[in-house]
Write a protein that binds this ligand. Structure first.
Ligand code: 9MR
Length: 487
């Protein structure tokens, strides 16, 4: 029997779960319902249908994109968060679900469930997806060290990439193929990090990874993703540019640099002092013919006083300074923040404040309220130059699976409503009626139904008149029908 979580997943995968209804006014509710019946889940129609005015909406006017890192549990469990995510973002990136430690429970098996959920959620809400990450020195599974050796490492790497990229072929806007391969303080050749992959394969692992990714998904934008380029560390930035140059010289399929953008508000003066060098670095990368994506922007507020106003102004100011550099570089095509709301920032565990107050590094606060950082991004999306072409359209925007037919036919004289649905195969089904606030009014059925047509009679004499939503869901689909119940 499917669990509640299975049903919740399906609700979360659609733009019209109780979630949306719970907070939107009735006219928007009506549009949401209509949207559920427009099987076309293209981003444009989603954002138009909901009349969204979030950051991606602004970015898209300049042919850029805005999105954020997210994860499965918070999408499933947190309705206001999920709503804000769909409203603000045009693209999401799984913070965990596509890393080796989640995808590879053993050397011979794959866990696709979590990544599949993210892909389906994105698809059904008209969002693009960044894949993160195919080759990294961290988040490796526990079996890795004792199983992967210099004889089989290339095989492990190429097989993993072929399998994962192949599975999501056409569904991924851009892949972080290799993550954080430079660390000059490790004192290896070419400033490369002394990572397990480097130890096993030498520098060639980087090229191997990009070639495997391109072969498996030729349409995806392939990204080398790196941090620590904003400040006065030219040994580091030179090593990065030289790596990119070597890869381009060898015709490696590399399309963009990912600049993570983990910054600190307390580094404002340091950032200002190095702005020109940061600009030059971005120019150098652009000159190699690469696009640039800001992939993990957040602004650590440690070092700022406890006051919320002080921190929000400090963080917002730093977002503004950062944007004044990156938005003025035409090669920068989009911005992703590492989380959307302070509620889920990883910084509270990786770098807690000394006063133990939760950090405020992201565009929305823990109640999904827009902060200075949000307005700084909005300002810069409004004031940046239009990019020459829309890169986000490289995402395959398929039609969602054919819906299971659901019809509701009210009979006002009898205060009854006939509910009919047709299943293409035998399914565990939940059929329920919710009000415009998304509250369950009645569970009409929760059972296994055979393929074919089914009918229910709902007596609504005791219900207040008004608009309701009839929802039919199973672990694999969710459809809904708006009903106006009058007497
Ligand atoms: O934010 C992520 C944190 O919650 C994870 O524990 C960690 C390991 O999987 O990864 C963090 O995200 C990192 C990203 O994957 C790569 N760049 C640095 C990010 C912050 O550490």
């Amino acid at each position: 029997m499917p669990t509640r979580r299975d049903f919740m997943k399906v609700a979360a995968e659609t733009a019209v779960g109780t979630s949306i209804c719970a907070i939107l006014a009735e006219d928007v509710f009506a549009m949401a319902v209509q949207h559920a019946f427009e099987a076309d889940s293209s981003k444009a129609s989603t954002h138009a249908a909901f009349g969204l005015d979030g950051l991606h909406g602004e970015a898209a006017k300049k042919k850029m994109f805005f999105g954020s890192a997210t994860s499965e549990d918070r999408i499933i469990s947190d309705i206001p968060y999920r709503t804000a995510l769909v409203k603000e973002c045009g693209i999401i990136v799984p913070e965990y679900e596509m890393k080796w430690d989640i995808m590879r429970p053993s050397a011979t098996t794959y866990n696709f469930a979590d990544a599949d959920f993210m892909i389906n959620f994105a698809r059904q809400n008209g969002l693009a997806v960044r894949g993160h990450t195919l080759c990294w020195h961290r988040a490796l599974p526990s079996w890795f060290a004792s199983t992967v050796n210099s004889r089989n490492a290339a095989q492990f790497l190429t097989e993993h990439i072929a399998t994962v990229c192949g599975r999501y072929k056409g569904r991924i806007h851009s892949w972080d193929v290799v993550n954080e391969a430079i660390e000059p303080t490790d004192r290896q050749t070419n400033g490369l990090r002394n990572s397990p992959w480097f130890q096993l394969l030498g520098e060639s692992y980087i090229e191997t990874a990009f070639r495997a990714a391109h072969q498996a998904d030729p349409a995806a934008i392939l990204v080398y993703n790196e941090y620590g380029v904003e400040f006065d560390d030219t040994i580091r930035t030179d090593a990065i540019v030289n790596l990119l140059r070597r890869l381009k010289a060898r015709n490696v399929p590399l399309h963009a640099l990912g600049v993570q953008g983990h910054i600190r508000a307390a580094d404002k003066a340091k950032f200002a002092a190095n702005m020109q060098r940061f600009r030059t670095f971005l120019r150098e990368v652009a000159t190699l013919g690469l696009s640039i994506i800001i992939t993990e922007l957040d602004c650590d507020d440690t070092g700022l006083a406890s006051s919320i106003t002080t921190r929000d102004e400090g963080v917002g100011g730093m977002y503004g300074d950062y944007c004044s550099v990156v938005m003025n570089e035409p090669a920068v095509i989009g911005i992703i923040t590492w989380g959307l709301t302070d509620k889920y920032t990883a910084l509270n565990s990786t770098n807690p404040r000394s006063d133990r107050l939760p950090q405020r590094p992201l565009p929305l606060d823990a109640n999904m309220v827009r902060k200075n950082a949000w307005y700084a991004l909005e300002y810069w999306f409004k004031n940046t130059m239009q990019r020459p072409r829309q890169t986000i359209t490289s995402v395959a925007e398929e039609r969602v699976a054919p819906i299971q037919r659901l019809r509701c036919i009210p009979n006002t004289q009898q205060s009854e409503c006939e509910i009919q649905f047709t299943l293409e195969r035998s399914e565990d089904v939940l059929l329920r009626l919710v009000d415009v606030r998304g509250q369950d009014v009645q569970i009409l059925a929760q059972a296994r139904f055979e393929a074919g047509e089914h009918r229910f009679m709902l007596n609504y004499a005791a219900f207040p008149i008004g608009t309701y939503l009839c929802i039919l869901q199973s672990p694999s689909f969710l459809v809904s029908e708006k009903i106006l119940l009058q007497k």
